[in-house]
Design a protein around this ligand. Sequence first.
Ligand SMILES: C[S@@+](CC[C@H](N)C(=O)[O-])C[C@H]1O[C@@H](n2cnc3c(N)ncnc32)[C@H](O)[C@@H]1O
Length: 223
Amino acid sequence: MQIITTSDGSNTIYLPGINEQYHSVNGAVTESEYVYIDKGFKFIKKKYPKVFEVGFGTGLNCLLTAIEAEKKKVDTLYITIEKFPLSQTITQQLNYGKIISKEALILFEKIHSSPWEKVIEISDYFQLKKINADLISFDFKQNEKFDMIYFDAFGPDKQPEMWTPEIFEKIHSITSENGVLVTYSAKGEVRRQLTTCGFVMERIPGPPGKKQMLRGINKKSTN
Ligand SMILES: C[S@@+](CC[C@H](N)C(=O)[O-])C[C@H]1O[C@@H](n2cnc3c(N)ncnc32)[C@H](O)[C@@H]1O
């Protein structure tokens, strides 16, 4: 595991074993802000949004969502799943808080020091539950629904077991009607599988270095 600096000055983690980074080398903060906040969180117009994230990782998507929730004063519940939580030695080397703002640094530390498996109030408008589990075998509570899905697994070529029809069915089953899913991937196969589940998918312009990304709206009720 190596910490590398991306082109906007924010850092990310590189895994030499699978030759994959947690974020784009064209800017970790830039990519997260664009894909998950601009095209996802800001797109849903919910008073009390419930967000589910696949892959908590460095906590960057979580941090940016907390900042946006505070800015807009929208009461947000953020549930995230992670199979391999990062050690404190690694998270302390991540510079997101430092390069964003003093408030961001405080939020980032709270997000990482909060206990797992419990809903924790991180700030006035942001509640967080971090789940340490494998999405593949994880059972969601019956009828648990989310308005916003951040699908942020490692790439389909690096981790194909996270991009299967079974996983997408599982994700669809926890997405509310008209709930929205965003992912950095623009692969045709991903788009087709999500469409089969009931998402109406669109390819939209991607973050720097990526021509396109995917966004879908759930038009098929699961109840
Ligand atoms: C692309 S990184 C996520 C980046 C993260 N959203 C961030 O902002 O740093 C993918 C994440 O998915 C996690 N992951 C991989 N397989 C998983 C699984 N089966 N269940 C849950 N999380 C998994 C990885 O450990 C990694 O943290």
